[in-house]
Design a protein around this ligand. Sequence first.
Ligand code: DNO
Length: 403
Amino acid sequence: MRESWRWFGPSDPVTIDDIRQTGATDIVSALQGIPTGEPWSIEAIEKHQALIERFETNLTPLTWSVVESIPVHEDIKLARAGHEQYVDSWIASMENLAHCGIKTICYNFMPVIDWTRTDLKFKLPSGAFALRFDQRKFAAFDLFILQRVNAEIDYSKEEIAEAKQVFEQMSEAERQQLTNNIIAGLPGKMTEAYGIDDFRAMLACYKDITPAILRDNLFSFLSKILPRAEALGVKLAIHPDDPPRDMFGLPRVICTADDLELLFGALPSPSNGMTLCVGTYGSRPDNNLPAMARQFGSRIHFSHLRGVCLDPKEPRSFYEASHLDSDINMVQVIKELLDEEKRRQHDGLTNSHIYIRPDHGHQMMDDMGKTVNPGYSAIGRLKGLAEVRGVIRALSAQNMEAL
Ligand code: DNO
């Protein structure tokens, strides 16, 4: 298992020297300043790499090993005329990254929006803040702030009444905050930030795109990039749709084990892999995470370790819990990943390790007064990493004894 840590570049309040102290060995990063659809040049990649891999004797080295993410242009998702130029750019970025030795690439295929939360400061009983997705607030936004055309079709009468009540109880500032959280974006998102009119216009572009069409467009994109990825030894790791279900009438096609079976069945290339985002898949009660880790073991190149607690009364709502204390059996998930690594070693595979990172953490202690990237403050992630590291060490020691 290789412990990695996401770094958002020089503007990230958590610096590379801070990260060095966490004990993580690998960095997950991206060139976020480059507009979607433009290729990442070797020069730009090397410049970023030099910030991370700065060599100084007596300093523990860090390596930029995983890209999260190369964004996929909306024209590719829509298979619009002329989208091939964006596929070529994506391939060029991948080739240039491989040239610089970076061969694990996370990406996603969520239309219009990336990961979505309604609350960025949900207060836990401990006093720390967590990220939360509240289905009722989401519905209030969709129906009464965005006023999406035909949105009512997606909700029951009771849900609409409840959302109305939520909307009416919100202050103007709270409505604005909710709007920003949902459409202006969270750190690391791979889609544009929108104003409300642009957002409506983007949603309209997808009005005739069914899940089957979006899936075809994903498969067609992959059929163009996988042969090159395979030749370069690049491992692609698709990130699930977060939350894992259709939203705003937009189709989302990487949400469940069935979706993954379709993906790997259609395109069995060994480069066609996944990010096991435990928290994302785990925000659906019908996803069994340890079982998925086992079933798709050989496809997992990267894993976000994080847990969620679902609201028992409304299982589409959840908050991000402590890494080991959530609705998901994290110890069992980690055990499955370690077993997969053992299988790879047994089969003589050179790249047997799986990159893991503590995905999100609570905003706590000293970080509470600081400006942080929501979900990406230092102390909460450090706690998460330390907890999962303990599990990894304990399980690995047990494995050694069993030999
Ligand atoms: C959130 C992340 C997402 C993810 C992208 C992957 O914390 O999991 O931003 O990086 O969706 O492409």
